[in-house]
Ligand binder design. Structure first.
Ligand SMILES: [Zn+2]
Length: 183
């Protein structure tokens, strides 16, 4: 099984190739592909994160801890605005503390959700997190959430999906059929 460093390197170096293939496909489909630098940067982050994400279920502690820690960035993205809004109605909290408290609470919810998911039997090592379904869910979530930050959410979603698939190829290139396992 490739380690964290190998998975990260693969994610990093396959991204330009992925963008090339994505561009070629849009040309073939007669569509325009003109991402801004923000789209390309966000796409990169989610692609590389995706290329390590399945090992959230790994028995190897550094991998698991690293992926868990990174996934809290996503929790901040999802929960921060809601919590900030609620807390700002509480007069007892000084304005300067609203931001750090909101970040902290978002992370707390995130770690709760991640631990809850990981305790499910579904997330035994190389279980559901190593499947094309998981890749599709990750891609779909990114597609839905990137509406707020990108004009081309489909590109961001596909970045995430393909990042996870790069991981699958690295794990299962000796048993290629497993790359497309559904669960
Ligand atoms: Zn793996």
């Amino acid at each position: 099984m490739p380690n964290l460093s190998t998975h990260l390197k693969l994610g990093v170096f396959t991204y330009p190739v992925f963008v090339l293939v994505y561009n070629l496909i849009t040309v073939l489909l007669g569509k325009e592909f003109s991402p801004g630098v923000i789209d390309l940067s966000i796409g990169y982050v989610f692609f590389v994160f995706g290329s390590d994400l399945p090992d959230l279920d790994s028995n190897s502690a550094p991998l698991r801890a690293f992926t868990k820690a990174l996934s809290l960035g996503f929790a901040i993205y999802i929960f921060y605005s809601f919590i900030y809004e609620k807390l700002s109605t509480v007069a007892a909290i000084p304005a300067i503390l609203l931001m750090p408290i909101s970040i902290f609470l978002s992370m707390l919810i995130g770690i709760g959700v991640v631990n809850l998911f990981l305790s499910l039997p579904l997330f035994s090592h190389r279980g559901f997190a190593h499947s094309i379904t998981f890749a599709a869910i990750y891609g779909l979530m990114l597609y839905l959430f990137s509406y707020r930050m990108s004009k081309i959410p489909l590109f961001i979603g596909i970045c995430g999906f393909c990042g996870v698939m790069v991981h699958m190829v690295a794990d299962y290139y000796k048993k290629p059929l497993k790359i497309f396992k559904l669960k």
